[in-house]
Design a protein around this ligand. Sequence first.
Ligand SMILES: [Zn+2]
Ligand SMILES: [Zn+2]
Length: 233
Amino acid sequence: MSTLGKISGLPEQGYFVQPVAQLPFSDVQHRLGTDRPAGLELECPLCEAPMETLLRLNTQDTRLQLEGLPLHELPLMVCTQHVISEVQYSFTSAGEPVVAELEHTVAAAAEGEGIIEIPDTHPVLLHAVPDRIAETRQLVNEGRLEEAADWAGKFDWEQPQNQIGGTPLLMNRHVGAPACCLCGQTMPFLASVVVGVRVMGEPDPLQLQLLYFLCRRCANVALVADIPVEDYS
Ligand SMILES: [Zn+2]
Ligand SMILES: [Zn+2]
């Protein structure tokens, strides 16, 4: 398993994820936060704790091109006990999750209780990422900072945000798209969620961006930790 490929999003159009405390039930499609769907248990292959759901996506939302998956809600999951550089899990035709493959590198670990802070559970609305922000992010990800600087200060593109599809703003530019461990194809980017990580010796949680990739053919999800190298070395 490796992070080789150039990152490209599917859907191509990106959406910012905006938590909304009170949304009419009929408008609720996707949820951010720990709300674990009943019957969807997935054990962390490293520590055997149940993995938590960070983001739940309704596969009927045609904007996200998830219609072919064997489940109504796609859970994007994480183990809160440590930071794993990469893990892949897939879904059977009955929608049951199975851990497909794990990269055993642990980027940060602490004793005892969980170190990853999951955001509060909220329904979310999706807002299309404006083209200018998407283009600027692409420049930044490619290291073309001078060109991107033309836009700096004109709008808030610098802060990574929870996002579905499109181009994520990487914390570590050297992160790439993983290959699906079931079919070998480079996996398109699906979503990014920023979480806090409590690290010993640091008074405040560090920011960690979790990148989710999805092979639609295999119903296989890859979680890749996008870690600013200097913070964890
Ligand atoms: Zn674990
Ligand atoms: Zn695949």
